[in-house]
Design a binder for this molecule. Sequence first.
Ligand code: AMP
Length: 248
Amino acid sequence: MNLQRDRSAWLHGPPLVCQSQPVHPTHCRRLVLLGPPGVGKGTQAAFLSATYGACHLSTGDIFRAARQCASTDQSPALHEAIAHMNEGRLVTDETVLEIIRERTTCLSCRGGFILDGFPRTALQAEALEAHLGYEGNALDAVINYELPVDELIVRISGRRLCPDCKAVYHVTSRPPREEGRCNTCAAALITREDDQPDAVAVRQRAYLESSAPLLDLYAERGMLVHIDAHGLPEDVFARTITALAVWH
Ligand code: AMP
């Protein structure tokens, strides 16, 4: 089954509008994925999106899409956000919330959503809660993926990206057929700027600092589902689906 939807309205914001809102969804899912950089949230979000038909909404993808634009097309706020991102620091709440405000139709979608990378701070979580409460659309669950930090560093430091088709490889667990070259377009693979060792350390620290109050907040609401992220992506996904099936 592949129910993936058009994400251009989310990635690029207004004036683009979504062309693929579902008309009669049977069961709409509204999920938030939490977990440190490198834990595999993006991969799990893509699996969940294909299974439930809810859009995969990643704030990191918005910033990466904006980075591809000429710098003259970037607003000063976006320009500053990209600089923060390149150094592995969090983008300010003000800028993130401004970007979300421009895309609230994606949060009101009848198909639901899989949020990946947002909210990242307690303030962002409260803003999301206020918006969803106003719309009468509560979250179903907040999934927290867990993996020890040394394994995260191994996962991130081996990650390679095709600059052309965006395919993701890993030097040991998912190597390309020809070393350093994309299987599909043969482009030379690169390391994401925020996957460089200095930025990785900053990102892990930023995550630890910002996630503690976020986890507390969702634990208080009784919304957290903890998932062990060891092993193959397919195994982690199977654990996620099983946990959600028995979740109230
Ligand atoms: P990700 O792909 O989710 O790891 O995000 C990549 C980078 O984008 C992060 O390291 C931050 O610099 C920035 N970013 C993405 N989402 C947020 C957010 N909700 N709040 C602050 N910064 C964010």
